[in-house]
Design a protein around this ligand. Sequence first.
Ligand SMILES: Cc1cc2nc3c(=O)[nH]c(=O)nc-3n(C[C@H](O)[C@H](O)[C@H](O)COP(=O)(O)OP(=O)(O)OC[C@H]3O[C@@H](n4cnc5c(N)ncnc54)[C@H](O)[C@@H]3O)c2cc1C
Length: 361
Amino acid sequence: MSEASLRELACEARLNLRHLPDYMDSIADRLRSFEAGESHHGQRIDFRFAFGAASIDVEQLVMRAHAPDRDGLARIKDLLATAVQVYAKDENPEIVWTGDLSGETSLAQFREMTVTEVRDLTPHMRRIRFAGEDLTRFAKFGGMHIRMLFPTRDVPDPLWPVLGGNGLPVWPADDRRPAARVYTIRALDAASGIIDVDFLVHPGESVGSAWATQAAPGMKVGIMGPVGRPVRQAGWYVMGSDETGLPALARMLETLPAHTRGVAFVEIADEREKQKIDNATGIELHWLTRDGIPAGEDRLLTEAVRSVAWPKDVSTFGWFAAEAAAAKIVREHWRGTLGLGRDQTLAAAYWRRGAAGLMAG
Ligand SMILES: Cc1cc2nc3c(=O)[nH]c(=O)nc-3n(C[C@H](O)[C@H](O)[C@H](O)COP(=O)(O)OP(=O)(O)OC[C@H]3O[C@@H](n4cnc5c(N)ncnc54)[C@H](O)[C@@H]3O)c2cc1C
């Protein structure tokens, strides 16, 4: 056992940024949305996560991370570096971590996976089982999704990303770069080294759907994750999704506590797309069928979600995942019309009509 694994792991990066205070509110807001507790000590802000801790010193221009294990430290480095890259991008920040794991080149959030089983749940939903090593981190951090890395016709033999000195992935040149798409871990059995992903097979040129159509045992993909923020615990939920959000919605219905109440709407192409879900909660599940209307054009789902009256006597949460225009309608209703906060709602665009690879970057 190395010395580093016997003690808390720690590292730091200097922030050569002239306007750091200008970005701090946005950076802190992003870190809080990953369930960080926050405290202020003069010019230093401390963040405490379930898996470790971080601090950003606005005066000394340094950020620090520490965690009890490698997964935790890698996760915090990734969260900090991503937040700085996103909000300070005008200053083109150069982040170089020193300390524990700084010489590491393997990417903690990456695994190569091999297809072991392919089966059709419905005419358009294909469940693919993948086997891989050391999957425990995909049950941590509260995120249910993964970025899947696929070979394509143009790049049949991709190279996988490695870890850069800034704590973020370094990608190969375009001629070896895999194509990324976001999917949900429908089921995870870390002890057996297995994950299941449900792929919607949709019309048109694509990467993920096209790959799933011809998937067969032995084929390899990369996965990175987990991706996404934890869904807030509440006593009552209103949920809505189309087929792309169904794997996440189904997973929530199967795992939320039995006393949870609420209502969930799932939009599907037609009756044949209904799936059996082991709903462990008191949330009522309703299926809405498009019956010939193309995906992303029907408004039944948004109407149903908007018609729900939110109770006042219980903690509540609204969760929605579907085509971008539908997500916008629901977000505006919840945040604008009902005046609900970000901590009570999540209305996410899972795909956009006419756009490839939404959210996969
Ligand atoms: C957090 C998250 C979790 C997700 N989980 C899942 C999941 O578990 N299973 C799943 O199937 N999808 C899931 N999605 C949606 C999926 O990432 C998108 O549908 C993605 O565009 C699929 O990639 P593609 O290569 O098949 O199509 P792309 O190459 O991205 O798009 C090609 C064309 O197909 C269209 N298209 C994309 N999606 C659809 C659709 N659903 N119906 C009709 N046309 C479409 C696009 O508008 C575009 O014109 C998730 C998305 C997010 C953000």
